[in-house]
Design a protein around this ligand. Structure first.
Ligand code: HPA
Length: 309
């Protein structure tokens, strides 16, 4: 089996694919960060590899530059190879108060491209990341001590001939990064029911006209890629969750903490409070308390506002 653009065998790609723009970056990731990586596709030199990271099977493949190229590969990966999760890893130009080397986790991607409009009856689609993946990436970055910021980005079709005043407009809309693929990837992930997230390192600052030196750029990209790979391991593959909803699964960590607290041994000579007794029996029956809707919303809001610097 092959597609017009991917010549991998059936089953040769993992359910999770890291998607850098540059195929040589895909090769670098395969050689330096994956175990036992094998090349699975090289049509048009768009290299793709499958290996493992901490024992989890994962693939990495170049997407090329721009939404049309990225969308071709992502569509074929999902439709033909059964890929469930795509994590774009790339660079972006910074806008506003981001600094060179910052890592952005993009909850949304605005765009000047018509790609999503073509599929959405000419209307504006709110192109957004998968919520579970985004939330998991926030938690994973915090665990690894990587300063990552949840920040909306803009995907442009034009690297050189951007609209005059664009950067000012982006800043006014609290958009922190400019790249060329995320909006298309998010749109097609919504349509195909796959999970997608863009993790981007700020390589240039569009207002300060500053650029990350080559060595720091390499190091920053590797660190960001490690974050993406850790996410692939730590976050279970799931159904697409474009927004926070009633189907929200409470993260296991607070659950475990709550369970531990409730099951803690009583100090001799003290009594358990009625509330503790109730919690204990509920947990013993395997029924942790769900967060109230209000508490859950507060947590979601806190996530969206939090900048993990
Ligand atoms: N524009 C578009 N894409 C980019 C940029 C930029 O300034 N920097 C890195 N990718």
């Amino acid at each position: 089996m092959s597609t017009p653009h991917i010549d991998a065998e059936p089953g040769a790609l993992a359910d999770t694919v890291l998607l850098p723009g540059d195929p040589l970056r895909a090769r670098h990731i395969a050689r330096n960060l994956l175990d036992a990586a094998v090349e699975v596709t090289a049509r048009r030199n768009m290299l793709g590899y499958t290996g493992s990271y901490r024992g989890r099977r994962v693939s990495v493949m170049g997407s090329g530059m721009g939404i049309p190229s990225c969308a071709i590969y992502a569509t074929e990966l999902v439709r033909v190879y059964g890929v469930r999760r795509i994590i774009r890893v790339g660079t972006c130009g910074g806008v506003g108060d981001v600094a060179l080397g910052d890592v952005l986790l993009a909850p949304s991607a605005s765009t000047d491209s018509h790609f999503n409009r073509l599929a959405f009856g000419g209307m504006d689609l709110a192109a957004c990341a998968d919520f579970a993946l985004l939330r998991g990436a926030v938690e994973t970055a915090a665990r690894l001590g990587i300063a990552a910021r949840v920040a909306p980005v803009f995907s442009t079709d034009s690297f050189y001939a951007g609209m005059p005043g664009l950067v000012e407009l982006l800043r006014r809309h609290r958009i922190s990064g400019v790249e060329m693929e995320a909006a298309g990837l998010y749109g097609l992930a919504l349509r195909e029911g796959a999970q997608a997230l863009a993790i981007l390192a700020v390589s240039d600052h569009l207002e300060h006209d500053t650029h990350l030196p080559a060595a720091e750029r390499e190091h920053g990209l590797d660190r960001m890629t490690e974050l993406a790979l850790e996410c692939a391991c730590a976050i279970p593959v799931g159904r697409f969750t474009p927004c926070f909803s009633g189907g929200f699964e409470w993260p296991s960590e607070p659950d475990a903490t709550r369970r531990k607290r409730a099951m803690r041994r009583r100090r001799p000579g003290t009594r358990r409070s009625p509330r503790a007794r109730r919690a204990r029996s509920r947990l013993a029956r395997g029924r942790g308390r769900e967060p109230s809707r209000r508490a859950a919303w507060a947590i979601a809001l806190a996530f969206s506002r939090r900048s993990l610097r």
